[in-house]
Design a protein around this ligand. Structure first.
Ligand SMILES: C[S@@+](CC[C@H](N)C(=O)[O-])C[C@H]1O[C@@H](n2cnc3c(N)ncnc32)[C@H](O)[C@@H]1O
Length: 242
């Protein structure tokens, strides 16, 4: 157990053990919202060739970016050996390459990558400032997506269970609002070029029909800004080094 974060040792190894479920889930996320969100903030800029997918998990998002021409050469890195092994087994080759995170310690060349993409990873990292300072050396362009979980529903459910925010099944140790995430990036030397805030849960087939319907009605009724005060949402930014 990591005392600072409450994350059990081996957490990220077992995280990717259930390959079939995790692949289906990751495919749904990549196709339905993670890659469309990346495209949305990337806009009309020339598509990148060399992409670092930081926290690539089982490799599905790397693969999907590659299939869509976002990266002719993609390196995925992750702390999880099981994630990296699954990614290698399923997607390695033809411009896709997966390594454990130590690989980056030998990689210091600025602008080695056209863009660093890190989707739903910074909320897992115990020292995100250190991670950002490592990533800063590797490119001029960055795409970061995180969940926005400072909201009434999450606050109530933790209060009722009498648990700290860091006690969750997902390994999340950092929590931001859209505003505090922007400030966090700016304090760490990034310029935010574009952003996009959206709701994912109301459209996820991994939620029950009842939950999806109720959340869609709520979203349609009160709009994203108010919805995000109540329920978790996603926030993605395109950033550049300052
Ligand atoms: C929710 S998954 C996201 C995977 C993938 N980026 C996606 O969008 O499908 C979070 C990933 O972050 C990885 N992770 C956790 N802590 C990390 C760290 N300190 N450095 C790099 N990756 C980490 C986990 O192993 C896991 O693969």
């Amino acid at each position: 157990m990591d005392k600072a974060t409450n994350i059990p040792s081996g957490f990220y190894e077992s995280f990717w053990e259930d390959t079939i479920y995790q692949q289906a889930y990751a495919f749904d996320s990549a196709v339905r919202d993670r890659f469309p969100a990346i495209k949305k903030v990337w806009g009309e800029m020339v598509l990148p060739n060399r992409v670092l997918d930081f926290g690539s998990g089982n490799g599905v998002l790397s693969y999907w970016m590659h299939c869509n021409g976002f990266g002719t050469s993609i390196l995925g890195v992750d702390v999880s050996n099981s994630g990296v092994n699954n990614a290698r087994k399923t997607f390695s080759g033809n411009g896709l390459h997966f390594e454990t995170i130590d690989y980056l310690s030998n990689t210091t060349d600025r602008e080695q990558f056209d863009v660093v993409v890190s989707s739903h990873v910074l909320e897992h990292v115990p020292n995100p400032e250190t991670t950002l300072s490592q990533l800063r050396k590797l490119s001029d362009w960055f795409v970061f997506e995180v969940p926005i979980e400072i909201c009434l529903w999450q606050n109530i459910s933790h209060a009722l269970r009498r648990t700290h925010r860091q006690q969750n099944d997902l390994g999340h140790v950092n929590f931001w609002t859209t505003k505090s995430f922007r400030a966090f990036l700016e304090e760490n030397g990034f310029l935010i070029v574009r952003d996009y805030h959206y709701a994912s849960a109301p459209y996820s087939p991994y939620n029950t029909l009842l939950k999806r319907t109720a959340e869609r009605l709520l979203l349609a009724g009160i709009g994203l800004t108010l919805y995000s005060r109540l329920m978790a949402t996603h926030y993605i930014v395109l950033a550049r080094l300052r």
